[in-house]
Design a protein around this ligand. Sequence first.
Ligand code: FUC
Length: 351
Amino acid sequence: MLISKENFNKQLDNKQVDLFTLKNSNGFTAQITNYGARIVSVLAKDSQGNFDDVVLGYNNIDDYVNSEQKYMGATVGRYANRIGGAQFSINNQTYKVASNKGYNHLHGGIVGFNAKVWDANQISETKVELFYLSVDGEEGYPGNLTTVITFEVSEENELKISYSATTDKATAINLTNHSYFNLLGEGKGSINDHIMQINADGITEVVAGSIPTGKTRPVANTAFDFNEPTVIGNRINDEDDQLKIGNGYDQNYVINGTGMRCAAIVTEPITGRTLEVITDEPGMQFYGGNFPDAKTLGKRGDVYKFRSAFCLETQHFPDSPNQPNFSSTILDPSETYKSTCIYKFGIITND
Ligand code: FUC
């Protein structure tokens, strides 16, 4: 079901909120709002040819603003995931960023990119471009950072997200999309019977608060090994300190290989829907939707329950600004930040 543009017609922070519909000739559709540069709906076919909406979300702007689930479908930044102790140093200068998760920083702070109204420009029926200027000092980050994101649907039923950013002072950056997927259709139950494959031999090990130790922990013989397609719920109650810390799946995978490559493939056996995640990022947070049953009802009136969605957030590793072993997330004024994530939808084929 398409969400109506009128439901997003609102002024926030003196800017116009809007909803943009991107559609290819097969009917594959994505809707994007400039409130948080977020994905509101994705209509994908099942193996019978029926379309359903496979991302959680709301059918109006007020629910997005008021929901306790702040990151539903949103762009997360400046720094997605954790920054330990909510501080980091660049060139011997220490920057304190907002501590909004205990002593730590999570997902860009108190008012992150998810809660900003972006400028938007629909370029074609399949593409929209969004801009946001994050000013020097916002949430404690240095530098005026200009971010441009495009969302584009292709004839191959891909939703491609391309990020680029520049700054006038060295800063930390790690952008991702926080869509909550359910390939049965949003609001249609648990994701624990979905089959997950993640092309990763390791996860970044964490301590309490999900702060990395700097070590990579091999996934072999643990609940985290998804190199072979495995039902998500099979090992979720295993005795494992990392599962305990995450309250289930909520870990950063070290994706095998470099360059644009397949990070994960998810298959839902009843509908036959598949989702492939392709990225040039070194990491991907697999979050199994370990949130308490939601208070704000979903776009079709359903209660979004514990583990009724999964997120596959392509990104650099958490806490990279404080982890010398991790690849750098510091953007210099002489550079342009670039990142790509493709969510490609399909159905199970027999070959
Ligand atoms: C994911 C998780 C966090 C948090 C957030 C809403 O990115 O890593 O634990 O719950 O989503």
